[in-house]
Design a protein around this ligand. Structure first.
Ligand code: FE2
Length: 257
């Protein structure tokens, strides 16, 4: 089974990259399941029509992160949509869900779980480690894929060791910088610390560089805006053997305009 995961889609440039390239990528790599992190589709958060665009462009599951509730109208969609996931370790009173089981066209049931990390996050989600320990046995799936939306590579790496043997694909999101540490763990978990970003290439994490520089120089805080110019698409492809329940290989995906 081939799982394609796409890193954080930022703004209109990111949405356009997904619309332009995802179907061709799916065909080229015989993708059975595509998971897209969409929490920056509106830079901070995502609007319902932007989530619908990601699904229409070929995303099977859309995961979110710390900015999930920045655009409140997503609450309208998240309650009804089975494949739009907010982190599972958000408070249980929050609307929506943090996991789903997606059945591929070849009948493989893949459990997908969205988690958010705790290191350097300015709010207090539940501890993702015991949350996923409780969740996995309740899900009726053949294989498992997890998006850990987190800042620290240490937290993501520790989660990889914790889940090796129980999960086949663990990919990090949130930093918007693609890491070069993709590998398969001893018990068959495919891992990459961060998928990278889908959005404007000449930017600071998708934001206009002049605004970011001014902020670091000490200017009065100014509203962030999505950068313009050529875009890129980043992610990773996991080749998973559904019989042995082991990932065979992980490879980075990167396209640039
Ligand atoms: Fe994030």
């Amino acid at each position: 089974m081939y799982l394609l995961s796409i890193g954080d889609v930022v703004g209109e440039p990111g949405l356009r990259m997904v619309e332009k390239h995802l179907n061709a990528l799916r065909r080229e790599h015989h993708v059975d399941l595509c998971v897209v992190n969409g929490e920056n589709a509106d830079l901070m958060g995502i609007r319902p029509e932007q989530a619908e665009r990601l699904f229409a462009a070929g995303a099977d599951v859309v995961t979110l992160g710390n900015h999930t509730w920045h655009r409140k109208d997503i609450i309208r969609l998240i309650g009804d949509h089975p494949y739009l996931l907010r982190p599972a370790n958000f408070p249980s009173q929050n609307p929506g869900r943090g996991h789903c089981v997606f059945e591929t066209s070849r009948g493989v049931r893949v459990g997908v779980i969205s988690l958010v990390g705790r290191c350097l996050m300015d709010f207090h989600p539940d501890n993702p480690f015991p949350v996923i320990d409780r969740l996995l046995p309740t899900m009726d799936a053949d294989l498992f894929a997890v998006d850990i939306h987190a800042e620290a590579t240490s937290e993501k790496g520790a989660l990889a060791y914790h889940l090796d043997g129980r999960v086949q694909a663990l990919f990090g999101t949130h930093t918007h910088v693609q890491t070069a540490d993709e590998r398969v763990f001893p018990a068959g978990l495919g891992f990459i610390s961060d998928l990278g970003m889908t959005g404007p290439a000449q930017s600071v994490l998708g934001v206009r560089s002049d605004i970011s520089v001014a902020s670091f120089l000490g200017a009065v805080p100014q509203r962030y805006e999505v950068a313009s110019g050529p875009s890129k698409l980043e992610g990773a492809l996991f080749d998973i053997d559904e019989k042995t329940k082991r990932c065979r290989s992980v490879s980075r995906v990167a396209l640039a305009e």
